[in-house]
Design a protein around this ligand. Structure first.
Ligand code: GDP
Length: 435
């Protein structure tokens, strides 16, 4: 597994805190210390480590777990979230247009794994998005064409020609693949030597060719130095994404990944071996959950998040508060929970008495309708009249009739919730008075 050592020491910290019966300040401190040690051993920058430990500690002690969960669960969820943030959150998109030949230019320092990664990426894209061609424009190392051909096999063509001018090779290659209606072209450029400022200026080639995306390959074994390297390239060309290579067995991989994320460049893929299929899409959430021991962690984090939302919603509803933002939350919860009445059944005194006449296709449309409203309208639905209804309908691609139907259902639900909450308030009052 990638970053095996970091994973096993983090899992160790998690299982220790999971085994504790009381989660007090001392237990949180111990947990945070172990996380700190694991990250520093994986070469994550000390400043980042201190920042993340401060946040975990503060949140684990201050936030309260939602009903049904322990402070232990919450601490693990917080670790998961903070590590995910450290690695850059959502997976970055690969920009592509279906009606044209998308041009990707690969840049990187010599030896970073650039040529191998060109082959890997071509292989990956060709399995998913149609025809992919490669242009080998590394004039300093003509043998790289053969290296790519050996990796990708006969199905992916590699264009090159005898020339000392890389831009000429790139231009002709792009023309060729455009004529043949390829979906993607990946250009292998000459790698910059560590000690020279440039062999071929990346900026020159970028300006001449105007690729749709520039991808930088960074050697994952260099650890924190990845930060400076990512910045240095980004100063020359607009780097749209990074592929961190050689993460198989790289003890400093945690440092490289967090350093690239800190530089602001999104990590698109990671290289996990020398073979053509050793390339993995990088998704921080999935990556962290695997480090921490698998799908259970994502599952736990999601369940806690849902429970948080549910308890906030229930608290508001039991006070008789219910605006269109709550209604949207309510519909979303229903979509997950299944039966319509499920959530309301959980609110004492309301159980099963609010029936919504809505099916699952309609649910998505209702959410779209509510999303088309302004925050003021959602908080104060009485504003929604006349031309506002028309505007919301246009914005969400439905008819005004449908908007009115949603509002009617909302008002019915709100009325019930208000009456229920005052009913239960009255009941409580009667009980206190001994009636
Ligand atoms: P370039 O000079 O940047 O084009 O680098 P190459 O693509 O020639 O790669 C340099 C060396 O790194 C080669 O021996 C590759 O097999 C190796 N390499 C590239 N990517 C990976 C990877 O993800 N894992 C491992 N273990 N080796 C890799």
């Amino acid at each position: 597994m990638v970053l095996e050592k970091l994973g096993s020491s983090l899992r160790n910290a998690v299982s220790k805190i999971m085994g504790k019966s009381v989660i007090d300040e001392a237990a949180v401190n111990e947990f945070v210390r172990e996380v700190q040690r694991s990250l520093i051993e994986a070469d994550v920058d000390v400043k980042l480590v201190l920042e993340i430990s401060r946040r975990i500690k503060e949140r684990a002690l201050k936030e309260s777990p939602p009903p049904g969960f322990s402070r232990r669960d919450l601490a693990v969820k917080i670790l998961y979230e903070e590590l995910t943030n450290l690695l850059g959150r959502k997976p970055a998109e690969i920009p592509m247009e279906s009606k044209k030949t998308n041009v990707i230019m690969m840049v990187g320092i010599e030896g970073s794994g650039k040529t191998t990664t060109v082959a890997k990426l071509a292989f990956w894209l060709s399995k998913r998005f149609g025809k992919v061609g490669i242009i080998s424009a590394d004039v300093m190392r003509p043998a790289s064409k053969l290296q790519i051909e050996q990796l990708v096999g006969p199905d992916i063509p590699v264009f090159s020609k005898e020339s000392k001018d890389p831009v000429e090779i790139m231009r002709e290659g792009i023309e060729f693949f455009k004529r043949e209606r390829y979906n993607f072209v990946i250009i292998d450029t000459a790698g910059r030597h560590k000690d020279e400022s440039s062999l071929m200026s990346e900026l020159d080639a970028y300006r001449e060719i105007g690729p749709d995306l520039v991808i930088l390959t960074i050697d994952g074994t260099i650890g924190q130095a990845a930060y400076a390297q990512a910045r240095a390239f980004a100063e020359k060309v607009p780097v749209g994404g990074v592929i961190v290579t050689k993460l198989d067995g790289a003890a400093k991989g945690g440092g490289a990944l967090s350093a690239v994320a800190a530089s602001g460049a999104p990590i698109l893929f990671i290289g996990t071996g020398e073979r053509v299929d050793d390339l993995e899409r990088f998704d921080p959430e999935r990556f962290v959950s695997r480090l921490l021991g698998g799908g259970d962690i994502i599952e736990l984090a999601m369940r806690i998040e849902e429970a948080f939302k549910e308890s906030r919603l229930m608290e508001r509803m039991s006070k008789g508060k219910f605006d269109l933002e709550d209604f949207r939350e309510y519909i979303q919860q229903l979509g997950k929970a299944g039966p319509m009445e499920k959530l309301l059944e959980m609110v004492p005194g309301i159980g099963g008495r609010v029936q919504l006449d809505v099916n699952s296709g309609e649910m998505d449309r209702w959410i779209a309708i509510i999303n088309s409203m302004t925050p003021e309208e959602r908080r104060d639905p009485s504003l929604i009249r006349g031309s506002r209804i028309e505007r919301i309908a246009r914005g969400s691609g439905v008819t005004a009739k449908e908007v009115r139907k949603l509002l009617k259902s909302y008002h019915q639900a709100k009325k019930l919730i208000e009456s229920m909450s005052s009913e239960s308030k009255a009941r409580r009052l009667f009980r206190r008075m001994g009636i």
